[in-house]
Design a protein around this ligand. Structure first.
Ligand SMILES: NC(=O)c1ccc[n+]([C@@H]2O[C@H](COP(=O)([O-])OP(=O)(O)OC[C@H]3O[C@@H](n4cnc5c(N)ncnc54)[C@H](OP(=O)(O)O)[C@@H]3O)[C@@H](O)[C@H]2O)c1
Length: 317
């Protein structure tokens, strides 16, 4: 069996879509969405993997059940998708000696105190989504092999459902908004996650075949998020302020966004108050210097302005 392309799951999610670009130096990945492989059916997933006519160069799993509130009433599907299927993928990768990359969340932590969490410190999820991701993390780490598990927080991108896009949409429509300032975390663009994934893949796939993954290697669990910290309230004010300064016609001004102090108890799932992640391990292991969160958020607004045609270099058309 010859070597195949990288297998990418969750290819239509916000991270998956970004990964399709960042993985392209190794050829087009075999991109599976829900239609190609339903992770709520781990047995079918195993069959599908075993039927592949090649060994993938690596497996990258960006699929996840991410509907945090709905997970409270869909525990079984959530656990199958976030815990059982990742274990199937990890086993397939380990048994073939290939790299497995997967992603996890700040929601595995209990959210107490104000200190950044270190990897594996104080895992005590407050909701079903967090429980399912933690079960998946523990399962894939126990399976072992060449695993890179990146735990991140507050993910956003120019595509998909995320807070940053929602804020800009609301800012077009509304004169006032209230945002939570009790939860503290770090907004993470998918480009940072995909960029670091590509960097690690490059080191692994670029190594001479006989030394790939030999020795202890850098495998295991890492936190990955930008530097600094913020609240949903501050993040929304930053986005609206930068967009207006760039010329995007928004009804809402940053000063129209009022801070809400209490947790939204009307939502089915509780959220952690402290989502700060200590990223020293990944920086030291891979020689990274992670940017402040405002760098990615500023770029997000720049791209939005270009897309809206109100700023940026003029293209040929
Ligand atoms: N979003 C965040 O704020 C955040 C924060 C921390 C960590 N993470 C982690 O980051 C990773 C990427 O998340 P994301 O933000 O890119 O999420 P996303 O945009 O919701 O994408 C998840 C993808 O998984 C797919 N999926 C869900 N259930 C599936 C199933 N049963 N079978 C096959 N595919 C299925 C979804 O397809 P459908 O669209 O059809 O449902 C979607 O394409 C995940 O591991 C997530 O836990 C995310």
């Amino acid at each position: 069996m010859g070597p195949g392309p990288i297998l990418l799951l969750g290819a239509q999610g916000q991270l998956g879509a970004t990964l399709r670009d960042y993985l392209s130096p190794w050829g087009a990945p075999l991109a599976w969405g829900r239609a190609e492989a339903d992770l709520a059916e781990p047995g079918r997933l195993r069959e599908k993997l075993e039927a592949l006519p090649f060994v993938p160069a690596a497996i990258v799993n960006a699929a996840a059940y991410t509907k945090v509130d709905r997970a409270e009433s869909e525990r079984d599907i959530c656990f199958k998708t976030n815990a059982e299927s990742p274990a199937v993928l990890a086993r397939h990768a380990r048994d073939r000696g290939i790299l497995f990359v997967s992603y996890s969340t700040d929601y595995v932590y209990g959210g107490g105190g104000a200190a950044p969490w270190s990897e594996g410190d104080g895992e005590a999820p407050l909701n079903v989504y967090g429980e399912s991701k933690l079960a998946g993390d523990r399962a894939v780490l126990a399976i072992g092999g060449k695993i890179l598990l990146l735990r991140t927080s507050w993910v956003y991108s120019p595509l998909g459902n995320n807070f940053a896009r929602t804020v800009l949409k609301l800012a077009e429509e509304k004169d006032s908004l209230s945002m939570d300032r009790t939860q503290v975390g770090v907004p993470t663009p998918t480009s940072l996650l995909a960029g670091v994934t590509a960097l690690v893949l490059g080191r692994f796939l670029g190594a001479p075949r006989e030394t790939r993954g030999e020795g202890p290697g850098p495998w295991g669990l890492y936190h990955l998020a930008p530097k600094g910290e913020t609240t949903w309230w501050e993040f929304s004010r930053f986005l609206v302020g930068a967009a207006r300064a760039g010329g995007l016609p928004l009804r809402l001004r940053p000063e129209d966004i009022v801070a809400r102090d209490s947790e939204d108890l009307s939502r089915p799932a509780r959220r952690p108050l402290n989502s700060r992640l200590n990223t020293r391990k990944i920086e030291e292991t891979f020689g990274l210097r992670l940017p402040h969160w405002t760098v990615g958020a500023g770029k997000f607004i720049e791209d939005r302005l270009r897309f809206a045609g109100v700023a940026g270099p003029r293209g040929p058309f």
